[in-house]
Design a protein around this ligand. Structure first.
Ligand code: MF3
Ligand code: CO
Ligand code: CO
Length: 236
């Protein structure tokens, strides 16, 4: 898991150094494919339930699962790049939202608060903590900043499969849910919107999920190992 996750992290760093206005989301995907395969790993989104690319590249109002295409990145866009890599039978999964050129203070704040939601969620996280404390921390931080929390998609367990039990929602009641155990690896991935939390799925491609009201969304994700006395963030 550490090795797959290190590759994911390095790939996102590589994307961060190269992503810029004028590129298409497909060119971003090419960077991801090249980097992951150069590490001897497989971009496990490619072919996952028929998904046609090595990354999800979601611009502005697209929340997740943006299929790389000819959309050109523009100055002021925020772009989430969500990738997974499989090496030696284990998967790593992480996402960053990148700022393209000069981005408005409003959008920068959304991206910052989304990242903060992740770090709030891992505060005090360790074996024995109830699962839904994670979502409660995300929801509390996002909503107190006036943002919406996407409900239709969740974080998840990860290991030999990209998606394993349990589902890890970004909302919930403190003190409820299964108790986490040492050795579990889970993905915590706040998906936060500037407006309503409602989302719509593109009927023509079957994947792209956008905000229903067209407001901007941000996404931040890490794969996390639960330990007796805390967590290890495997994709940082
Ligand atoms: N990486 C995504 C997640 O965080 C899953 C992408 S769906 C795929 O769970 F189809 F692109 F693989
Ligand atoms: Co992901
Ligand atoms: Co994930």
């Amino acid at each position: 898991m550490r090795e797959s996750c290190r590759i994911v992290k390095e790939t996102l760093d590589f994307v961060g150094r190269n992503i810029r206005a004028g590129m298409t989301t497909k060119q971003v995907d090419e960077l991801v494919y090249k980097y992951i395969t150069s590490c001897g790993a497989y971009p496990s989104e490619l072919g996952y339930e028929g998904y046609p690319a090595s990354s999800c590249v979601s611009v502005n109002e697209v929340v997740v699962h943006g299929i790389p295409n000819d959309r050109v990145l523009e100055d002021g866009d925020i772009v989430s790049v969500d990738i997974t890599a499989e090496k030696n039978g284990f998967h790593g999964d992480a996402c960053r939202t990148f700022l393209i050129g000069e981005v408005s203070e409003e959008k920068k704040r959304l991206v910052r608060v989304t990242e903060e939601c992740f770090f709030k969620a891992i505060e005090g996280l360790q074996a024995g903590v109830p699962l839904y404390n994670i979502g409660n921390a995300v929801q509390t931080h996002a909503e107190s900043n006036g943002y919406g929390v996407v409900r239709a998609l969740t974080g998840h367990g990860i290991g030999h499969e990209m998606h394993e039990d349990p589902a890890v929602p970004n909302y919930g009641k403190r003190g409820t849910g299964m108790r986490l155990r040492a050795g579990m690896t889970i993905c915590i991935e706040p998906m936060i919107t500037m407006g309503s939390w409602k989302v719509v799925q593109d009927r023509s491609d079957g994947w792209t999920i956008s905000t229903a009201d067209g407001s901007c969304a941000a996404h931040y994700e890490n794969t996390v190992l639960i330990k007796e006395d805390g967590v290890e963030i495997l994709t940082l």
